[in-house]
Design a binder for this molecule. Structure first.
Ligand SMILES: [Fe+2]
Length: 317
């Protein structure tokens, strides 16, 4: 059995913007219970189940998404849902109201979404580090300054069923990933085992966290998929990334037709730009920018006024 100290429940602070912002500053994460419409999430779960069944990973006749044992090469099979679910979730008024309190501005949703279906991972191995997946999203999306909203799409019966954990307060330590370690991982011991928090999440719950707060998905010792969705959002007052379709690539200049406005925006990449694919996401050398940006490719770039991109990544949406 996996057991982690419970996350602080911030639901009692709803309506008290000052207290919410104070805890947000201290912890870099807030956990709320029962703020997302459960009927909406039940509808979302049905989409997840259909996507998994399409790959014969579950049997729709079984109530729980029990893994059939079939293997899949598809990275995130439930992403086949496309925009259907998340375009509805981002309309949730209670969620937008919380974000408005945190940002003291409207929420600006980013087109970066993950529909996750975590496979059963088998019994724990001797000495296995259950926090081995620890990471900071900020490391992979430099300069994007996004806030992540994570929510279960199905109740997570207990912490052994592939739950989600965070280490509150780690956002105050800067980027912990090491460029000298394989996969740039966070060095062992950088985050103490006692710092981790989690919960037995129920549909309707949401965990909001900063992109530099260390977090990890824990092993799934159950026989069923763990279903969750995570969305990214920022303040409408902050610089926004350019999301759209690549029109042309000329050396180190990438011209993107922006979805929002239809305008052409040219960004430049150099050796400081983190150029990455979707998965895996090791850094792509500057001169190989064509591996993610080609005419017609969907990309997301974060660039300053000088149009120099801090990050350029392929995007699904
Ligand atoms: Fe993450």
């Amino acid at each position: 059995m996996i057991s982690v100290t419970p996350l602080t429940d911030s639901t009692p602070l709803l309506g008290d913007g000052k207290a919410l912002r104070q805890r947000w500053d201290e912890d870099g994460t807030l956990y709320f219970r029962g703020v997302i419409d459960r009927d909406l999430m039940a509808w979302a779960e049905q989409h997840y189940r259909e996507a998994l069944a399409a790959e014969e990973l579950i049997d729709l006749a079984v109530e729980a998404p029990v893994w059939t044992g079939k293997a899949s090469d598809t990275w995130r099979p439930c992403d086949a849902i496309g925009t259907t679910v998340w375009h509805e979730v981002v309309k949730q008024e209670a969620l937008n109201a919380i974000l408005h309190e945190l940002f003291q501005a409207d929420a600006a949703w980013l087109p970066i979404v993950a529909h996750r279906s975590a496979f059963p991972s088998g019994p724990l191995k001797e000495g296995e580090d259950i926090f081995a997946g620890q990471h900071q999203d900020a490391f992979y999306n430099e300069g994007m300054n996004s806030t992540i909203c994570w929510m279960p799409v199905r109740d997570i019966a207990d912490m052994s069923c592939g739950t989600f954990a965070l280490a509150p307060g780690t956002h105050r330590r800067g980027i912990l990933h090491s460029k000298d370690l394989p996969n740039y991982r966070i060095p062992d011991g950088a985050v103490g085992k006692h710092e981790w928090r989690s919960a037995a999440y129920r549909v309707g719950d949401v965990v909001i966290f900063r992109d530099d707060t260390v977090h990890a998905a824990l092993p799934n010792l159950s026989n069923a998929f763990r279903l969750s969705i995570d969305l990214r959002v920022g303040s409408s007052l902050a610089p926004q990334p350019v999301g759209g379709t690549v029109e042309s690539v000329d050396g180190r200049s990438v011209t993107i037709r922006e979805d929002e406005t239809g305008a052409l925006v040219t960004v430049t990449v150099d050796d400081d730009t983190y150029i990455r694919d979707m998965n895996p996401h090791p850094r792509i050398p500057t001169d190989e920018v064509g591996r993610v940006a080609w005419p017609g490719a969907r990309v997301l770039a974060m660039a300053g006024k000088d149009r120099k991109a801090t990050v350029l990544r392929r995007n699904r949406y």
